[in-house]
Ligand binder design. Structure first.
Ligand SMILES: [Zn+2]
Length: 462
């Protein structure tokens, strides 16, 4: 009798077909994922962290399942927004883009999820971009007009398939710019001729200028992963026009689809009432939504755990209450970790671990997976015998959260943040708030005592 081999069956929701698709990569050892990154004209918003977290965790999960994965996360450093922002602050646009790209790497590094395998900058791929545009001109899929180059949308039979929009209800979002040069208002720019006031431009056979946003991604994705790579990802706000146009360009130039599965994460929604509360707890009002600020306030584990509480396809509401919930969950995991011993976990807990991975195999459902992780912890906490931590380490590793189990030499970042907030409340004589924060600190297992050089955080006597 043949031995049965267990093949993990991962399914992922594909935006193009609007259905769950079995994940069957071109080559299981060379899975290619391209996730659209930010345009670097300002410090990134906490919302920009969501796709970064989703696709970093997806890579970790697929590696857990035995696949070899290359994750590409591009950085758009040529864009109108960059010219505008640079003009306002009186800096060369290349300098502003380089500064903001470095800040993006610094801020996302702090999430503790590692870096994508490649982070191409559009400025490094202008040669490939020009060659791809030339190919589109050669095949009549595009046309040059006064130094601009436009893509002929009506030349692609399936245009609109990804976003399921009627041609008549589409707006490329290019405004009046180039409107008189387009054969059809539906066409979009592949290249824009240099204009007065723009301080970067490149030579091309049809004239000096710079690439449009959509063609940058088609060229970089192809250069790094080839066409028909496995997963193209990004926020759901990119489906139209960005991804629709990426797909159309590559199909027209290469006669093959750009990607096999299109995966889109829901938006992080910031409730206005949470901004009101945020003003209270933040030193610099309005800054709270910056990724760096949120990481200063709650630390990486709480933010990554919060982002994992929702299914990636659903919108996720960002609020102080939701972060509080994640903070309590992080404390629960740390607390459980302190009671575990290093080593294999008992077979009696296996069903929780298996359910955790089954949830991830079913369209990467981190919300459901976390419920199983907490189920595992509940049962481990009930045991009188010492429990081995192997399952918990394995589950947390996929989410990028093993640091929750790291031996602590000092108080966790959540406790430090609470202690600082309590000191601030005391200085403002907000005694009720200070007491509330003291209780929260105690719930984490820490308390503030007056030391020789001021307040000190010590373990709460239990
Ligand atoms: Zn893109």
């Amino acid at each position: 009798m043949d031995t049965l081999t267990y093949v993990p069956d991962v399914t992922l929701y594909d935006t193009r077909t609007r259905s769950l698709q079995p994940f069957s990569p071109r080559d299981p050892q060379k899975v290619g994922i391209y996730a659209c990154g930010p345009t670097v004209y300002a410090r990134v918003h906490v919302g920009n962290a969501r796709p970064f977290i989703v696709f970093s965790q997806l890579k970790r999960f697929l590696e857990h399942e035995g696949y070899g994965v290359t994750l590409v996360g591009n950085i758009t450093d040529i864009n109108d927004k960059i010219y505008d922002a640079a003009l306002k602050v009186g800096k060369p646009s290349s300098e502003l883009a380089a500064e903001m790209a470095a800040a993006y790497r610094e801020d996302t590094d702090r999430l503790g999820l590692g870096r994508p395998d490649a982070e191409p900058l559009a400025t490094e791929y202008v040669g490939q971009i020009v060659a791809l545009i030339q190919r589109l001109l050669d095949t009549d899929a595009a046309y040059a007009a006064s130094g601009d180059v436009y893509f002929r949308v009506r030349g692609v039979a399936d245009y609109g398939e990804l976003s399921r929009r009627d041609l008549d209800q589409m707006d490329q979002g290019e405004g009046v710019e180039g409107a008189d040069l387009k054969e059809d208002p539906l066409d979009f720019a592949l290249w824009k001729a240099w204009k007065e006031g723009e301080d970067t431009s490149w030579e091309a056979p049809w004239g000096r200028g710079r690439p449009g946003w959509h063609i940058e991604c088609s060229a970089m994705a192809e250069a790094l992963l080839g066409v028909e790579f496995d997963i193209h990802g990004g926020g759901v706000d990119l489906v139209f026009p960005h991804h629709e146009n990426e797909a159309a360009q590559t199909l027209a130039a290469r006669g093959a689809p750009l990607a096999r599965i299109w995966m889109h994460n829901g938006m992080l929604e910031i409730a206005p009432e949470s901004m009101g509360k945020a003003e209270k707890m933040s030193k610099s009002v309005g800054n709270i939504r910056g990724l760096a600020q949120v990481l200063d306030d709650v630390g990486p584990e709480v933010l990554v755990l919060f982002m994992s509480t929702g299914h990636y396809r659903q919108p996720l509401a960002f609020s102080d209450e939701a972060l509080e919930g994640a903070r309590a969950s992080a404390a629960r995991i740390r607390e459980a970790g302190r009671r575990l011993v290093a080593g294999p976990s008992p077979a009696s807990l296996e069903s929780h671990r298996d359910a955790f991975f089954a949830a991830l195999r079913n369209d990467f459902n981190t919300a459901e997976a976390l419920a199983s992780l907490y189920g595992w912890i509940r049962e481990a906490n009930r045991s009188d015998e010492p429990v081995g931590n192997a399952h918990l380490v394995e589950m947390l590793d996929v989410l990028g959260l093993t640091s929750l189990l790291a031996a602590e030499e000092g108080p966790p970042s959540e406790a430090l943040t609470l202690a600082e907030a309590r000191e601030a409340a005391r200085r403002l004589k907000e005694w009720g708030e200070a007491d509330r924060l003291r209780d929260e600190l105690r719930a984490l297992g820490w308390e503030v005592r007056d030391g020789q050089s001021g307040p000190e955080l010590v373990r709460a006597a239990s």
